[in-house]
Design a protein around this ligand. Structure first.
Ligand code: IVH
Length: 672
């Protein structure tokens, strides 16, 4: 191949890989298998090795990170990145609206059109595209000068390296928020705890810490996400409104939040705020309020800005998810991997609608640093974790009766000596037969997103371990009615239900089974990738490191953990007994023949007949995809009440919109 042909093919590969990236990361609707994607990727890598002069900074191969740097250089923002005025009250929103109307000399009955967006809780970045090619990414910094984090930004998967518009504008600057989805944050923190490292306090810190890494290869391993929300300097394209801006850049391939929408007047703003305050609890990323913007760019210009913030926008924040309560006890808790964590038992308190009675203190170093004592009055916060965290103690409230909890020397569950591995903040119980670890392993195995053994829960799981009826997850499948009848207050019916639930779990999807095994760093998402690639547990167990590494998103650490898991004779034995007992995970490939095979669904609005998770599961069980955004590829939009911009988009594109009932009917019809 000559240089010219290589150049043409490289260009073609950029386009193909970028397109598959957008389908995979933004639309959740891949068109090709990972293997096909990897082949394209490898072809590009090989071409770039053979023709090094053709390897360009915007190449998708650069997404895996570059050499570490000493420090970040600075970038001056051509247009300052302002901040927003904040408010927490409806009254101030009414005042904001009055102020703007006065400024624009509008009459009382003239309603302003606002554009409302979720306020993402991450960190702001500016992205620059020159001639359609991503060239620069920077942090906000002091608003005028930020840090050049281009190499790191380039590793963010939903970021297109090229805009899908031809010909592109000369220069496009967009601003957006880099964030970490809750699931990814929880997994990252779980991994850090497992690895004995200090977990991040909240998703925002995790995102900021990941983006400001001097070694972009570290950033590349963190599943950062991005939503774009505003223009910087644009040369070569005119936008008329915020709605027009977001719709357009979405078409260019940039990720935008689909929950954003146009509303009318202050009434519309307040309704949107309330809707988001409710929805906040079910979103898979953190939002800390809504941003209200005057939609028209002409009016924005007319309103102008004050020194630090624009007059045409305001952040309407949610109250913080914090509360003050009493630490009744601090208890060392042993996790699935033996890490011992101090957990604060609290006087129950409500934190934005949820009753909280436990909070994590992460590790003993943190406990000592924050100096939290039994009997302390503390501030707690729900910040993206399943269990809230203790922020600080009010030391001025102490009366001298408070007690500190020393770091345990022995495992509180099995009594073996605890170990602090070099370089770790965590302490661990290394005893594999420690009942706490068995209990946690079983609780994870039976949990909803794993084998979903209903009713087994923590309570019976704990009993089973206590009575020595199970010592591994495989033992669950040898239990009989008499075993359960040994429990206090166990009836024939309940025992039957539990046995049924265990029996039903024998035929779960392969990805759930893989996740349930509790292999280190193999979360739900990774399990899905593995299930898709290997098709059976036997194949996965035989997988070589090279095979694992050839998969997108499987890094060396995860590959190593998988190999180690299956190399361990004890784990092999557990697997063998489960298979022997009739556990037969169903390969997702079989679902190619499902009722919704190859179909794309988008769920929007408030669902009343099933949760979003359930809907997703139904669709995926039937071989379809449930995606987050409406496109021409969407087969059905299922709209609950108060459906917003996705509904509008569906109508624009002519995608059929059905109700929840119609969806269930469709499932029924397809079933027959
Ligand atoms: S617009 C001049 N929209 O909030 C207007 N900001 O306090 C600039 N943020 O630094 C901001 N989500 O990091 C805007 N949908 C959204 C946002 C958003 C989060 C952050 C952003 C900004 C801060 C302002």
């Amino acid at each position: 191949m000559d240089t010219q042909a290589a150049e043409a093919r490289i260009k073609e590969l950029y386009t193909l890989i970028e397109r598959h990236n957008i389908l995979y990361y933004r639309d959740d609707a891949p068109e090709v298998s990972d293997a096909v994607y990897d082949e394209l990727f490898r072809e590009l890598q090989l071409l770039e090795e053979r023709f090094p002069t053709l390897a360009r900074p915007e190449s998708p191969t650069r997404r895996i990170g570059a050499q570490p740097r000493e420090s970040f250089s600075q970038i001056r923002h051509r247009i300052p990145m302002l901040s927003l005025e904040n408010t927490l009250t409806e009254k101030e929103i009414v005042e904001f609206n009055d102020r703007i109307k006065r400024y624009l000399s509008l009459t009382d009955d003239q309603e302003l059109v606002y554009f409302c967006e979720p306020k993402m809780d991450g960190l702001a970045v500016e992205l620059v595209y020159e001639e359609g090619v991503f060239s620069e990414g920077s942090t906000r910094g002091d608003g005028f000068i930020g840090e050049d984090v281009s190499a790191n930004v380039r590793t963010i998967k939903p970021l297109p390296l090229r805009l899908t518009i031809d010909p592109p504008p000369h220069r496009v600057e967009v601003r957006g928020e880099v964030y970490l989805a809750l699931k990814d944050f929880q997994q990252l923190n779980a991994e850090r705890e497992e690895a004995g490292e200090q977990p991040f306090a909240n998703p925002r810190n995790a995102a900021a810490g990941s983006l400001r890494q001097l070694d972009s290869r570290v950033t590349a391993k963190r599943p950062l996400s991005l939503f774009c929300y505003g223009p910087g300097e644009i040369d070569g394209y005119e936008f008329v409104s915020q709605q027009n801006f977001l719709d357009t850049i979405a078409q260019w391939g940039l990720p935008v939040n689909q929950l954003s929408r146009k509303v009318s007047g202050v009434g519309g703003v307040l309704a949107y705020y309330r809707e988001m305050a409710t929805m906040r609890e079910s979103l898979d990323y953190e939002i800390d309020g809504v941003v209200v913007k005057v939609d028209s760019f002409a009016l924005q210009r007319e309103l102008g800005e004050k020194s630090r913030s624009p007059r045409w926008a305001i952040a309407f924040k949610f109250p913080p998810r914090q509360a003050t309560t009493l630490v009744e006890d601090i208890v060392p808790q042993v996790g699935r991997t033996g890490v011992i964590t101090p957990v604060a038992h609290l006087k129950p308190v409500e934190v934005s609608g949820v009753i909280v009675s436990r909070a994590t203190l992460h590790n003993w170093e943190e406990l000592a640093k924050k100096d939290i004592r039994i009997g302390d009055t503390v501030l707690i916060e729900r910040a993206g974790d399943v269990i809230p965290a203790v922020v600080k103690a009010f030391s001025e409230k102490r009366d001298g009766s408070e007690r500190t909890l020393p770091m345990p020397e022995y495992c509180p569950e099995c009594g073996s000596k605890v170990t602090k591995l070099p370089g770790e903040v965590a302490i661990r119980c290394l005893e594999l037969s420690c009942p706490a670890q068995i209990r946690e392993a079983i609780s994870h195995f039976a949990s909803r997103n794993a084998m979903d053994i209903e009713g087994l829960g923590d309570k019976y799981g704990e009993e089973l371990v206590k009575l020595n009826l199970v010592t591994t997850v495989a033992d669950l499948y040898t239990l009989n009615r008499d075993d359960f009848m040994r429990f206090e207050r166990m009836g024939d019916k309940l025992a039957g239900n539990l046995l049924n639930a265990i029996e039903n779990s024998k035929k779960r999807e392969l990805s759930r089974f893989i996740f349930a095994l509790g292999i280190r760093n193999v979360g739900e998402h990774t399990a899905k990738i593995l299930a898709g690639a290997f098709g059976s547990i036997e194949n996965l167990a035989k997988a070589t490191e090279a095979e694992l590494l050839s998969l997108r998103e499987i890094g060396p650490q995860v590959a190593q953990n998988i190999i180690e898991y299956f190399a361990n004779p004890r784990n092999r034995e557990i697997l063998q007994s489960m298979i022997h007992a009739g556990v037969q995970p169903i390969s997702e490939e079989k679902r190619l023949g499902g009722k919704f095979a190859g179909m794309n669904f988008v769920f929007t609005g408030t669902l009343t007949q099933f949760t979003r998770d359930e809907a997703k599961r139904i669709v995926e069980n039937e071989g379809g995809h449930a995606t987050g955004s409406v496109s021409r590829k969407t087969d059905f939009v299922v709209a609950g009440t108060e459906a917003g911009s996705k509904l509008t988009k569906a109508r624009e594109l002519g995608v059929p919109v059905i109700s929840e009932t119609e969806f269930l009917e469709l499932l029924g019809v397809c079933r027959t």
